[in-house]
Design a protein around this ligand. Structure first.
Ligand SMILES: Cc1cc2nc3c(=O)[nH]c(=O)nc-3n(C[C@H](O)[C@H](O)[C@H](O)COP(=O)(O)O)c2cc1C
Length: 349
């Protein structure tokens, strides 16, 4: 076994791949809050990598690691080639998307519709596994309409793990491929956590991660008594400081002596550097809009940013917007050495 294959695959907490949201700028910001959670890229299709601008799709800052590259595709050879290219860019692992229900993805016959064809997914995994020394992981749904029983899921998990998948993340809802938009597919089909727990019971040696509807640190702690990892999507974007204390509570690291102001000063530095390199400030600042979830002054902070970020904002716009938030809150230590119990956002603000 190569060194790379021994990279860790059990991460108690991760941040979900989200198109347009978990781009490199948001990941850089989140990494300032949690050093250990696994981060994912947005889904990148094999076509985009093989026929598009690879640097645009794949470059990231070394600070973002550990970072999983999520691929979208259904052709084993193309996926294997992309996995190998991803290894060259320094990703920590390669993840296959078997959960996206969008029409575009269905037209390409990948994403969630691949759940109907576990043998094909297995072929993709084993081909990728043979062409890269990185761990290959999978993100799926509970099932798709018509193939949605626990037995179907169990067969899927067995086949993809036998093909070499090192971790399976299961979004605990089925996907309904006709008639529901991707957003509806993230809320209409009911959550079936029990099915994910049952998969972990049936395959105790497999690394199983649960995803869907997790919003608090208590939720994470509770799921972790039944599965190996928990993936957070929307809540991470809408409230990034939810990840305050995640490292301490779930990765066993000690509290860092860091404040929110210091995190924003680091983002200001990043913003200046990237803007100098030609990036549009709004592409970075848009990810900071949700930073002060339910905090006094958040509305004014957001208004200042949204009004000015698109029209050639000056270098101090972020600092100007921050003045809406109280100094007391900004200068509070981010991580607190509280008893080892789980604390919620409410108790740390
Ligand atoms: C804006 C947005 C974009 C998403 N893009 C992807 C994607 O590229 N790949 C993927 O596997 N899932 C994608 N998802 C689904 C999430 O990864 C996750 O499975 C889903 O949001 C459920 O988790 P949550 O309830 O914690 O948000 C996306 C979700 C959102 C909200």
């Amino acid at each position: 076994m190569s060194f790379q294959k021994e990279k860790p695959i059990v991460y108690p907490v991760s941040v979900a791949p989200m198109m347009d949201w978990t781009d490199r700028h948001f990941r850089y910001f989140l990494r300032l809050i949690t050093r250990h959670s696994l981060l994912y890229t947005e889904m990148v299709t094999t076509g985009a990598i093989l026929r598009g601008d690879q640097d645009r799709h794949l470059l990231f800052s070394p600070e973002e690691a550990p970072l999983s590259l999520q691929l979208g595709g259904d052709n084993p050879k193309a996926l294997a080639e992309c996995a190998s290219i991803g290894e060259g860019y320094g990703y920590s692992e390669i993840n296959l998307n078997v959960g996206c229900p969008s029409d575009k993805v269905q037209e390409g016959n990948f994403g969630a519709c691949l759940m109907k064809d576990p043998d094909r997914v297995a072929d993709c995994i084993s081909e990728m596994d043979s062409k890269t020394s990185l761990p290959i992981t999978v993100k799926s749904r509970i099932g798709v309409r018509g193939k949605e029983s626990l037995e179907d899921l169990s067969e899927f998990v067995r086949k993809v793990s036998q093909a070499g998948a090192k971790r399976i993340t299961i979004h605990a809802r089925i996907a309904i491929l006709e008639g529901l938009s991707p957003a509806q597919n993230r809320s209409v089909p009911p959550l079936r956590y029990e099915d994910v727990y049952e998969i972990k019971r049936r395959y105790p040696d497999l690394v199983i991660e649960l995803n869907g509807g997790v919003k608090t640190l208590e939720d994470i702690a509770s799921h972790l008594t039944r599965v190996d990892g928990v993936m957070i999507g929307r809540a991470a974007y809408e409230n990034p400081f939810l990840f305050t204390n995640v490292d301490r509570l779930f990765f066993g690291s000690s509290a860092r002596d860091i404040t929110r102001r210091e995190i924003f000063l680091s983002m200001q530095e990043y913003l200046s550097k990237k803007t100098e390199q030609g990036e549009k400030p709004s592409r970075i600042l848009k990810h900071l809009l949700g930073a002060f979830h339910e905090i006094r002054g958040a509305r004014s902070y957001r208004r200042i940013l949204t009004e000015k970020m698109h029209s050639n904002p000056g270098p101090t716009l972020l600092l100007e917007a921050l003045q809406s938030i109280s100094a007391e809150y900004l200068d509070q230590k981010l991580e607190t050495e509280e008893p080892a119990s789980v604390i919620t956002l409410e108790s740390v603000v």
